[in-house]
Design a binder for this molecule. Structure first.
Ligand code: URA
Length: 183
């Protein structure tokens, strides 16, 4: 039977793929394990690798700003990634890496048992839902994972490159929050 301690220990000692050789830290999560809203990103960046927490770099700060603007507290969300270790130079996760790491994510979802999931970016969409649809097309419309409502949204790093996407990410998170906040 899985519990948080077993899962976190297993991740901390993982050497299933080559990323374990270059990581400084396994980046397991951030936030509240009892949250109703779960966010799933792509993979840790340099700051996350150094600190050992998800979304604490530039993209994370943007996400935090959006959450604060919507009145969603840090203790009201749980956030993690498809990959738990940083790919050097932040290259996109390969299918092989994602598949090897996916068991951890699936157990995190089971343990958190969120009322809704927001997928941040195309990589999360591709690997969690095995979707070939691009994020621009998929964002803003509900889909599901194991009966959990899922809202795909832009990754906050995309907003750093194109500020016009800000309003869409904001809207999509708001939709997810509105759906579950009173459940
Ligand atoms: N980008 C991600 O997808 N995840 C992080 O934890 C940080 C940046």
């Amino acid at each position: 039977m899985w519990d948080w301690e077993t899962l976190e220990n297993e991740c901390a000692n993982c050497s299933k793929c080559e990323l374990h050789k270059s990581r400084m830290n396994v980046v397991f999560e951030r936030g509240n394990r009892n949250a109703r809203l779960m966010f799933i990103g792509e993979a840790p960046g340099a700051t996350e690798d150094r600190v050992g927490k998800a979304f604490v770099g530039k993209a994370g700060k943007l996400l935090d700003l959006a959450l604060a603007g919507l009145g969603i507290g840090e203790d009201e969300i749980y956030i993690c990634n498809i990959l738990k270790c940083r790919p050097p130079n932040n290259v996109n996760p390969t299918r092989e890496q994602a598949e090897m790491c996916m068991g951890y994510l699936k157990k995190q979802i089971e343990l958190v048992s969120p009322k809704a999931i927001v997928l941040l970016g195309g990589v999360a969409l591709k690997f969690l839902l095995d979707s070939e649809s691009g994020i621009t097309r998929a964002r803003g419309s509900w889909t599901e994972y194991n009966d959990i409502p899922v809202m795909p949204a832009y990754h906050p790093a995309a907003l750093l490159r194109d500020g016009t996407k800000r309003i869409d990410m904001w809207r999509d998170i708001k939709q997810a929050w509105t759906r579950i906040k009173d459940i």
